[in-house]
Design a protein around this ligand. Structure first.
Ligand code: GTR
Length: 331
């Protein structure tokens, strides 16, 4: 009995003194963990690594970010949750899988909402972009800058896609967002939401006939080894964020916040430059490997079929109609 009490007391003393030690230590280096879906060498990876290095240098080690590549810390929807609750400190997220969590960002997943990549940049770098950043902040994600993600096009193992009729019956992987299911179904295909990391094997085994992505991802994921037809539908132009977990952000001094913000903007400028060159290189690699790339002459035919996707979205989200119009009219 006596022994137990003694032990309890000791344990209690140890806990209290450990807490005192933690409280009295000078500010600890923040070992930030960053999620990245891409492999080394990918434009986003290079920019994230530059961000990590810039932050570590300029804060003199008060913040030490480390980037974990290839989605080793979880798939994208999972990583978004982990960043929201502060289990991860920063990440580069595509706004596609963000839709189910931050409803406003679904506007960015409407097919053909942007007329070009320049249009997307103009919108995201301006007042409208700030509205998306505000919506993300409400869900504890601090978006400090926007990365490029090019335009996504359809690819598959069966045939070149020239008209919507060519999509008929194809099993197409989409990112985790119901809007993409609507989009593929409106074209007559069968949509399968699936984690990025599972797509390669599914294309190989015939579980999928196709998927859709930009050149750098089509190439770096090796999907081009399985799907030899890449058709330039360019149906989605989706921005990506460099996002910080609110908890990690708020733990910073104002000076360190400024440094992190500046480095995030620098990283996005770097990423956008690397993106142009990376897309060109990836295109060359897939062409050399024998992928057949085709232009889609009549994109309007695809766009017209998206009318019910827009109508359904606006019906479910009447408050976002004005944002949809603002983007479309900003061109
Ligand atoms: C890439 C994007 C990733 C991920 C992936 C996918 O283009 O950069 O964040 O969303 O597409 O298709 O899942």
């Amino acid at each position: 009995m006596k022994t137990t009490m003694f032990l309890k007391k000791t344990a209690c003393t140890v806990t209290v003194s450990a807490a005192l030690v933690v409280m009295s230590l000078p500010a600890q280096a923040n070992n930030w963990r960053g999620w990245n879906i891409h492999p080394p060498g990918y434009p986003n990876t290079v920019a994230l690594e530059a961000f990590a290095e810039g932050v570590a240098d300029r804060t003199e080690g008060r913040v030490k970010p480390q980037v974990y590549n290839n989605a080793v810390l979880g798939d994208q929807p999972d990583a978004i949750e982990q960043t929201r609750n502060g289990a991860l400190d920063f990440a580069n997220f595509n706004m596609g899988p963000m839709g189910p969590i931050v409803n406003e960002t679904n506007v960015l997943s409407l097919p053909f909402i942007f007329s070009s990549i320049e249009h997307m940049h103009d919108v995201m770098d301006g007042e409208i972009g700030q509205r998306f950043a505000d919506a993300l902040a409400e869900k504890d994600l601090i978006a400090l800058s926007w990365f490029d993600s090019g335009a996504r096009s359809l690819y598959n193992t069966k045939r070149p896609i020239q008209t919507p009729a060519d999509v008929q019956g194809l099993k197409v992987r989409v990112m985790n967002n119901d809007l993409y299911v609507d989009m593929i179904e409106a074209l007559g295909g069968n949509a399968t939401p699936m984690a990025y990391g599972e797509v390669y094997q599914s294309l190989r085994t015939g579980v999928l006939d196709g998927a859709e992505n930009n050149y750098p991802s089509f190439e770096s994921s090796n999907h081009y080894e399985a799907a030899e037809y890449y058709s330039l539908t360019e149906h989605l132009i989706i921005p990506e964020c460099l996002c910080i977990a609110r908890a990690s952000w708020e733990a910073l001094s104002p000076e360190d916040q400024e440094i992190v913000r500046e480095e995030a903007i620098r990283a996005s400028q770097m990423q956008r430059d690397l993106w142009v060159e990376g897309s060109r290189k990836s295109r060359e690699i897939v062409l050399e490997a024998g992928v057949e790339i085709n232009e889609v002459e009549d994109k309007a035919a695809f766009q017209e079929l998206m009318a019910p996707v827009y109508a359904g979205f606006v019906e479910r989200n009447p408050d976002l109609e004005e944002l949809v119009d603002a983007i479309r009219n900003s061109n």
